[in-house]
Design a protein around this ligand. Structure first.
Ligand code: MTE
Length: 317
């Protein structure tokens, strides 16, 4: 292994979800009356200083179902994976220092013409909507949240990839001054993820710029992140600063660290265990009970067809 520290998902299943201990700490804080103080800290669970605030809430799109119950906002905005800040879950306070503007997205590779676009110009061009999606982390915790943003297909259309492009590669901003975790060279920064072109242009594939009818909180990947809800959560790259179209399959951040455990496709499948724990069930954030995990995280009707011709691949890791 290239890394010196143990990540959450390297633990045996009995220890995978440290969330219950974390939530107990939260209950203690609440009992001590500190919850209200946390809620009043500027930037908590929202990005008040975000100039795109007027775009939210966006019009709901219920085409993909309305899974429930929706996870309480305070849980999904205070229990995060964002290794650029920290390898623990309690990083939301640290993330509030992240500047949201200027934010430019660079589009390059196999496109008609490479370009850069600032986030507000991009938002002005995109058909904003809200979708409630399930999110299933490979570590076995899950949530249901209302994302705001736009179909990835709309972004792909704007980028105008050439017919040779086979993959879309998205990369998180590189800036160790903003992201202290990027000073730790045991990780292969920057965080990179990719999709095949037919995945990226599938109707279910979403680009999120908001959460709970407000601009995206920094800890959840402001100002722009991927949401591919049929895949394990690690595919959903946060705080995207560049997009490249290519004919070569990218090697993503976790695949570079441990290709035996984390692959390119990473589709959710309860029948295919992680090498060190079962994926049969999951623990919704805020719940003490585990529930069955669903094939493609419950979205098989929308995406199973993408993989008909790819059965020889490791689709579920
Ligand atoms: N993107 C970046 N840049 N860095 C990360 O550490 N973690 C991934 C994904 N995107 C991560 C990332 C993982 S493992 C998960 S489960 C989700 O973000 C968590 O998203 P959330 O914090 O909004 O729940």
């Amino acid at each position: 292994m290239l890394i010196k520290r143990t990540r959450g998902w390297e633990l045996p299943e009995s220890q995978v979800t440290s969330e219950s201990a974390y939530l107990n700490r939260r209950a203690l804080v609440k009992a001590m009356g500190l919850g209200a103080i946390a809620a009043s800290i500027p930037g908590f669970a929202r990005a008040d200083d975000d100039p795109s605030a007027k775009l939210y809430p966006a019009k709901p799109n219920a085409t993909y179902g309305a899974p429930s119950p929706v996870t309480p906002e305070k849980l999904s905005t205070t229990y995060n994976n964002f290794y650029e800040f920290d390898d623990g879950k309690n990083l939301w306070k640290m993330a509030q220092k992240m500047p949201l503007r200027p934010w430019t997205i660079k589009v390059s590779g196999m496109v008609d013409k490479p370009f850069e676009i600032d986030i507000d110009s991009l938002l002005a061009k995109m058909p904003m909507e809200e979708r409630v999606y399930r999110h299933r982390c490979v570590e076995t915790w899950s949530m249901v949240v209302p994302w705001s943003g736009f179909a990835m297909k709309s972004l792909v259309d704007l980028c105008k990839p050439t017919s040779n492009a086979k993959y879309m590669v998205m990369t998180t901003l590189s800036n160790p001054a903003v992201f202290p975790g990027q000073k730790d060279d045991t990780y292969p920064w920057p965080y990179v993820e990719g999709l095949a072109m037919d995945e990226a242009t599938n109707d279910l594939c979403f680009v999120a710029t908001g959460l709970y009818g407000k601009p995206m909180p920094r800890q959840n990947g402001a100002p722009i992140r991927l949401v591919a809800p049929w895949k394990y959560g690690f595919k959903n790259v946060k705080s995207i600063a560049s997009i490249e179209f290519t004919d070569k399959r990218p090697v993503s951040f976790w695949e570079k660290l441990n290709a035996d455990e984390y692959g390119f496709w990473a589709n959710v499948n309860p029948q295919v265990p992680h090498p060190r724990w079962s994926q049969a069930t999951e623990k919704p954030l805020g719940s003490s009970d585990r529930v069955p995990t669903q094939l493609y995280n419950g979205y098989a009707e929308f995406v199973a067809g993408l993989y008909e011709g790819r059965k020889a691949e490791k689709l579920f890791r």
